[in-house]
Design a protein around this ligand. Sequence first.
Ligand SMILES: [Fe+2]
Length: 246
Amino acid sequence: MALYALGDLHLNFQTKDKSMDRFGDVWIDHEKKAKRNIEAAISPEDTLVLTGDHSWGRNLNECREDLEFIAALPGRKILLRGNHDMFWPANKTEKLNSLFEGRLLFLQNNYYAYKDYALVGTKGATFEGPFYIGNNGNVVWDEEMKRRSDKLVRREEKRLRTSFEKAAEDGYKKFIMFLHYPPTSIIETESVFTRIAEEYHVDQVVYSHCHGVSRFDDSIRGMNNGIFYSLVSGDYRDFKPKKILD
Ligand SMILES: [Fe+2]
């Protein structure tokens, strides 16, 4: 029994115009590669957390085949919301959980158990700029865009806290925290998300969303203040799920 994670499958079985092939060799037939790698690594008793950006479909109808593809993969599948998951409005998590009962689990404002760990998480939010070099050589940005981003961060902070609080109420003391967005932006060394992770003494933070070699170092990877941070975006992992826990 093991816990795995992988993000950003960006499936497009019903939205052929959204092919990822143009983003480089790593994305060519990436869904076949992901399926092959997941089937090779994961047994029915394992858990796989898919950290968002599952489908390009603009609504549930356009995502049917993508979600069926995920449901047919081995193991217990837990899905996190990504920024492209239009089929999953924030207030529809319970509906999705009942629609896919026994096949897929949707993680938001709730948690799932893995052995004595609680798997908690939310989409997260990171201000991605653009950043500019100011007259004094300092980094500057659009304040209005930053204000909008801060609002999203506060909303996601609330969702993450709900996830932790529900797990803590049920007696969980060990946590693995999942985010879609990286926990910090390229100019931050900490954020509300890293502070919550430290407050709850989580063992690991797992995130995705960063695509392309130039973005893989955008946030924290490895040990940081006693917590292990992993990037599991599909192209970073060459679509091989990462083992998080035995
Ligand atoms: Fe994303």
